[in-house]
Write a protein that binds this ligand. Structure first.
Ligand code: ZN
Length: 64
């Protein structure tokens, strides 16, 4: 199983960045979406992230 990092890049706009730790694939999403779909070619999997629940992904990022 792959692990993913979800966080907010420093500076710039308040985009949300999703990265696959295993393959280094990452994609940055602009705010305003309810959910985004991140696809990693290495995993061959799609990950759905709910941006409306900031507490959820912020938790993930800060625990790393
Ligand atoms: Zn991957």
């Amino acid at each position: 199983m792959c692990s993913y990092t979800i966080g907010v890049p420093d500076g710039g706009e308040r985009g949300i960045r999703v990265e696959c730790d295993d393959h280094g694939e990452w994609e940055e999403f602009q705010p305003g979406y309810r959910t985004v779909t991140f696809y990693c070619e290495g995993c061959g999997l799609e990950l759905e992230v709910d941006l409306r629940d900031p507490a959820d992904w912020r938790d993930l990022g800060e625990r790393c």
